[in-house]
Structure formats: structure tokens, C-alpha cells
Design a protein around this ligand. Structure first.
Ligand code: ADP
Ligand code: MG
Length: 265
């Protein structure tokens, strides 16, 4: 597997405090992986290292390489990665047709940028992305009028519009009801099944779709475990990670494994 991200001895400091320390972590192109950890454990910071929105402390030997490149530029990174985060939804404050929001993904913006004309190619890409995720009927709707679950799927289509090889999800299901979660998780599966790499950051094992086989556990800004899903998602690991007694359940449906956490209180 070609490397997508290689991190060696990276220290991220914010507000005078080390918020993320990664000794050695590699992700491959096309790999399907989940990063699981409690709130504040550094998950979003790890994603920002990947997208190069955050840089680690300088070292002579560059701590982060993107596709083997120590000085990859943001534009190259944007071509390879489609990012969806739950906070993106809060950034939508204008009335735009859904298709334009999705098309904006071809330009790295939320909607079509000023002075940029839609082209048949970008429109076609937007429509293809919406079709793949089953949101094409929403194309002409005002994005502001959608339910949270619908809007989240539209944002996934937007991340897909420029045909990145890897999709990055930061807490994709937070704030959604069970129906919304169902469709967002189904959308992640669809993308995994058509061969996209998946980097999923979450605090819910329920988000970890069957196609993901590797799980990285993050706690207090450090990777505490990294390995096969079944081992990582054990009751013991989950209880230790989240600091309360948890029972991890794995259910097999039609040969696919689904995880959930149960606690008594
Ligand atoms: P997660 O996504 O797992 O919830 P984050 O990566 O957002 O965690 O943040 C990790 C830690 O870094 C948190 O404790 C957070 O409070 C802290 N942090 C994040 N950004 C800043 C900042 N700009 N200044 C100081 N602390 C920060
Ligand atoms: Mg976060």
C-alpha cells in the first residue's frame, strides 16, 4: 500500500500546551481506518495534521509526510482528500440550491465561488456524487431547508464531487437522529465499497462501518493502541478509553459486523 500519511515524532502545541504527540503512525492510500477517542483526545487535530491545517513543531527531519512529500501544498492535499465534518453544517448560512453546494466541492468552497461559473463538467460531477449517495432528488432544494441528516449527506456528496481518493469524516453522525445516522453510515459504506479510502474520526463505535478493519485509539493527545478492529473494540479497551465501565457488543448481520456500546448506570 502506498503511504498517504506518515507521521514520525510529531508534537502539536496549542496555547502553550502539547495537545497531540504522535511517535509513529502511517496510513496507506485507500486504507479504511477509524480513529476513536473521547472528546478532547486530539482527533480533530490529527485530521488537521493530515489536511495540513495544523503543523507540528519544526524538526530537521519533517515529522509529517503526505504521500511521501514533506512539503505537500494544501492544493494537492485538497485534491486527494474530501473532508466532511459536522461543524461544516454550521458554516452554511446562505440560501443556496443543493446542487451548487455540492458543485462547490470541485472548487474547495461550500457553494460556487463568486465569479466562478458552473461548467458542464463540474455540474456533471456534482450530479454523479448526488446520485451515488441517493440525494439527487434534493438537487434544487434550498440547503437551509433540509433536515440535519439530509444536509450531512449533501456535504458528503460535496466532499465527493472532486473525486478524491480518500474521504475524511470528522464526527459525521454527531447531532443526528437515528434515521440521519443510518443514512450517513450507509453513505460511508457506499464510498468504501466503491474503493474510496476512509478515515473516520468518531467517539461512537457504532459509526465504524463493516469495511473498516483497523482502529486507532486516541487518549489525551496520544495514540494508545492501533490494530485490528475486533481487538481494539473489546469491552476492556473501550472501558479504559472512555473511563467508565462499558460493554462492547458485536453483532453479525448478513456476514457484516456492527459494534455498539452498552453501559449500566
Ligand atoms: P477532539 O477532536 O478529539 O475532541 P481536538 O483535537 O479538537 O479534540 O482537541 C484536542 C485538545 O486540544 C483539547 O483538549 C482541546 O481543548 C485542545 N485545543 C484544541 N485547539 C486548541 C487551541 N487553539 N488552543 C488551546 N487548546 C486547544
Ligand atoms: Mg473533534
Amino acid at each position: 500500500m502506498k503511504p498517504l500519511l506518515e507521521i514520525r515524532d510529531a508534537h502539536v502545541v496549542r496555547g502553550g500546551k502539547e495537545i497531540l504527540i504522535v511517535d509513529d503512525l502511517c496510513l496507506g492510500v485507500g486504507e479504511k481506518v477509524a480513529v476513536l477517542g473521547p472528546n478532547g483526545s486530539g482527533k480533530s487535530t490529527l485530521i488537521q495534521l493530515l489536511t495540513r491545517e495544523v503543523l507540528p513543531l519544526y524538526r530537521e527531519e519533517p515529522p509529517v509526510r503526505f504521500k511521501g512529500e514533506a512539503r505537500a501544498v494544501r492544493a494537492d492535499v485538497r485534491k486527494s482528500l474530501g473532508v466532511v465534518s459536522s461543524t461544516m453544517q454550521d458554516e452554511i448560512t446562505v440560501h443556496l440550491p443543493v446542487v451548487e453546494v455540492v458543485e462547490g466541492g470541485c472548487f474547495g468552497t461550500l457553494g460556487l465561488p463568486f465569479h466562478v461559473q458552473s461548467t458542464p463538467i463540474t455540474r456533471e460531477r456534482a450530479v454523479a456524487a448526488m446520485e451515488l449517495l441517493g440525494v439527487n432528488e434534493l438537487a434544487d432544494r434550498d440547503i437551509m431547508t433540509l433536515s440535519s441528516g439530509q444536509a450531512r449527506r449533501v456535504l458528503i456528496a460535496r466532499a465527493l464531487a472532486d473525486d478524491p481518493e480518500t474521504l475524511v469524516f470528522d464526527e459525521p453522525c454527531s447531532g443526528l437522529d437515528p434515521e440521519g445516522m443510518h443514512y450517513v453510515r450507509a453513505a460511508m459504506r457506499r464510498l468504501a465499497q466503491v474503493g474510496k479510502g476512509i478515515v473516520l474520526v468518531t467517539h461512537y463505535p457504532e459509526d465504524i462501518i463493516p469495511e473498516i478493519d483497523r482502529v486507532i485509539l486516541l487518549q489525551d493527545g496520544e495514540v494508545v493502541a492501533d490494530g485490528a478492529k475486533l481487538e481494539m473494540l473489546s469491552s476492556e479497551q473501550m472501558s479504559q478509553l472512555f473511563g467508565v465501565q462499558l460493554l462492547s457488543e458485536c453483532r453479525s448481520v448478513d456476514g457484516d459486523e456492527y459494534f455498539s456500546l452498552v453501559s449500566s448506570y
